[in-house]
Structure formats: structure tokens, C-alpha cells
Design a protein around this ligand. Structure first.
Ligand SMILES: Nc1ncnc2c1ncn2[C@@H]1O[C@H](COP(=O)(O)OP(=O)(O)OP(=O)(O)O)[C@@H](O)[C@H]1O
Ligand SMILES: [Mg+2]
Length: 327
């Protein structure tokens, strides 16, 4: 029997009502989530991708008991996020980031002391635990400075320290590396991997495709409140139509030539972009047979063609999925 999932949601919906207009008398209803079904396995790093406003933070907040769904149910670690919220909270960590949620007037160590009490970290262990997380996120040297003096990246690290202080078995990270410089971002990804090695399950959102590709076993793409795809990166590559991406660039293509390109064997998708007088066609290709010489042969009137081949990246896949959804 497979172990029960770390997260399981059924038809999660969430609407927000806000007031607009001159007298705030116009009620606007936004459906942030329109029926989300997800399963996350214990011990995996699950990535949630999606454009701004797709509903990622809303879903993260629902799963971490900060928001109640309008409809549907969600279980985390076998506990219902609404009914069993009080029992679930000590077992999960949440890192939302941003300016809020930290005490600016005191230093990092004092911040963590406060949260340790809040999370019920045993007094005997408190100091050791605080030093350990400060070290782990790379804030040990700055731990005596007031948080108001911190850079955005340092605050983000403190948010992460706070999120793991009570040793949660499930950690929610909403854009964990936003605002971090490349070195700090890399250290944070390393930290995420070390947490997983300790048995923690991670649910993370990100706008950085390479980060998702590097860290996540499985990825879901959320678009306008709906999951439009979920799979491994390799599975998503197959879904959008192939491992290989060929870029064909030239001048003044006729419609018939474009159709010929589209109909070449193995081509599953064709997009074009214009750069001044030049046009670039991007082809997703399923087979290995379609080679640059074969493309050149089918466009014999274009000796100027430049053809490049690369592996379909998660960013290509993501854009295909999100553009398809918007079409
Ligand atoms: N408290 C709120 N009141 C009204 N609308 C809200 C509220 N919170 C979120 N929304 C709306 O719900 C939708 C989803 O927002 P959400 O913050 O979950 O998106 P997101 O995917 O996290 O976006 P981003 O990538 O920009 O962080 C948006 O249309 C947003 O305006
Ligand atoms: Mg968000």
C-alpha cells in the first residue's frame, strides 16, 4: 500500500469579495481558486507555478490554515485544514516572506525567541534551537542586529528561520528566494534540499523556472484558479509536445512555407515572434528524425536561415501551458 499523501485537496474553491466604486457600494467577487485537486507525496518537493494572480498564495494559505476555503476540502498530514487546524499548526511551517510578520525593533535572536515561545518549543531546547536555525539560514553573524537594519534578503532568511524553528514535518514556502541575491538564493535551495533529506515535505511556489526544475520532483501549473497541468518536468515535456525545441530564424516567410514547417513530421507546436524584419519560429519536436538540414531542405528559398536546437526547458513548457490557457 502506498503511504497516505502529505497533501490531498478536493475541489478547493475560494472567492474574495471586495468593495469598489465611489461609495464602496459595488461588491466585486473574485474567484481566486476554481476547484483545485492536488496530491503531494510525503518527502517530496512539490512546486506550484503560475502567473501573478493565479491563486498560488491563496492556495498556500488555505493549506497552511491561514485562510478557509469557500468550498471543498483539504487534508494536510491526514488532518483537515479547517476542522483540525489547531492540531495541524504545530506540525507545519509557513514562509510567506515580505515585510510583515517580524518585529523590527528587536534583533533576529529576540524575534526567534518570541516565536519559539509561540510555537511551544521546550524552554530547555530554545537557545540551542535558535542558534541552530540562525546558522542554518546564514544569519548567525547578523543575529544581534535589529531587524529594521536588515536588507530584504536578510529578512527573507529570518522568515525561513522562523518557519523551521519548531521543526515542522511539512513546510510551505511562498516564493522563498524572492529578493535574494544569487548566492543567498543558492544557499536557500541547498537548505531546502537538506530539509528534505531530514524527511520534511516541501510545498513551494516560485516564479523562477530553473529553481523549480532544479528542486521539484513534481510541478503543478496554476492558471486563473485552475490547475492546468501537473506532472514531473519530463512528463510536462511530453505533454507540451517534445524534448526538442528548434528555433528557425529568417526573413519574409510565405504562408505556404509556414504551413510546410508546421506539417514537418514530429512538429507538435509552432510559435512565432518577430524581431524587426526577422521572424523566429519556435518548434516543439517529438522525434529525433527532424534535423536542421531537413528543415533547411523544406525552406529551400531561404539560404539565410539560422537554425538552433536546444532541449525544451521548463520555461518553454510553462509558457506553452499558460499561453494555451489564455487563448
Ligand atoms: N484578500 C483578498 N481580497 C480580495 N482579493 C484577493 C485577496 N487575496 C487575493 N485576492 C485575489 O485572488 C487572486 C489570486 O491571488 P493570489 O495572491 O493567490 O495570486 P498569486 O498566484 O499568489 O500571485 P503572485 O504571483 O502575484 O504572488 C487575485 O486575483 C487576487 O487579486
Ligand atoms: Mg503570491
Amino acid at each position: 500500500m502506498s503511504p497516505s499523501p502529505a497533501i490531498r485537496t478536493r475541489n478547493i474553491r475560494r472567492a474574495f469579495e471586495s468593495r469598489k466604486g465611489f461609495l464602496f457600494n459595488e461588491v466585486v467577487r473574485t474567484e481566486a481558486l476554481k476547484g483545485v485537486d492536488l496530491e503531494v507525496d510525503p518527502g517530496e518537493i512539490f512546486g506550484l507555478l503560475g502567473p501573478n494572480g493565479a491563486g498560488k498564495t491563496t492556495l498556500t494559505k488555505i493549506l497552511s490554515t491561514l485562510l478557509i476555503p469557500t468550498e471543498g476540502t483539504a487534508e494536510v498530514l491526514g488532518l483537515d485544514v479547517v476542522r483540525d487546524a489547531a492540531r495541524l499548526r504545530p506540525q507545519i511551517g509557513l514562509v510567506l516572506g515580505g515585510e510583515r510578520g517580524l518585529y523590527n525593533r528587536v534583533n533576529a535572536r529576540e524575534n526567534l525567541r518570541y516565536f519559539a515561545d509561540l510555537y511551544g518549543v521546550p524552554t530547555a531546547e530554545r537557545s540551542r534551537r535558535i542558534e541552530e536555525v540562525l546558522e542554518r539560514v546564514g544569519l548567525a553573524d547578523a543575529a544581534d542586529r535589529r531587524v529594521e537594519e536588515y536588507s530584504r534578503g536578510m529578512k527573507q532568511k529570518l522568515h525561513i528561520a522562523r518557519g523551521i524553528l519548531h521543526r515542522p514535518v511539512m513546510l510551505f514556502l511562498d516564493e522563498p528566494t524572492i529578493g535574494l541575491d544569487p548566492k543567498s538564493a543558492r544557499e536557500t535551495r541547498k537548505l531546502v534540499r537538506s530539509l528534505v533529506a531530514d524527511g520534511v515535505t516541501i510545498f513551494l511556489t516560485t516564479h523562477y523556472m530553473f529553481e523549480a526544475e532544479e528542486l521539484c520532483q513534481r510541478i503543478a501549473v496554476l492558471s486563473r484558479g485552475r490547475i492546468v497541468a501537473k506532472d514531473t518536468v519530463q512528463g510536462l515535456r511530453r505533454l507540451v509536445g517534445g524534448d526538442r525545441t528548434l528555433e528557425v530564424e529568417g526573413y519574409g516567410f510565405e504562408d505556404a512555407e509556414v504551413n510546410a514547417l508546421r506539417q514537418l513530421p514530429g512538429v507538435s507546436r509552432l510559435k512565432y515572434e518577430e524581431f524587426g524584419p526577422r521572424t523566429r519560429y519556435t518548434l516543439r519536436v517529438r522525434t529525433t528524425e527532424l534535423t536542421p538540414p531537413a528543415i533547411q531542405a523544406s525552406l529551400s528559398g531561404h539560404p539565410e536561415l539560422a537554425i538552433r536546437e536546444r532541449r525544451t526547458s521548463l520555461e518553454d513548457i510553462y509558457l506553452d501551458l499558460v499561453e494555451e490557457e489564455a487563448a
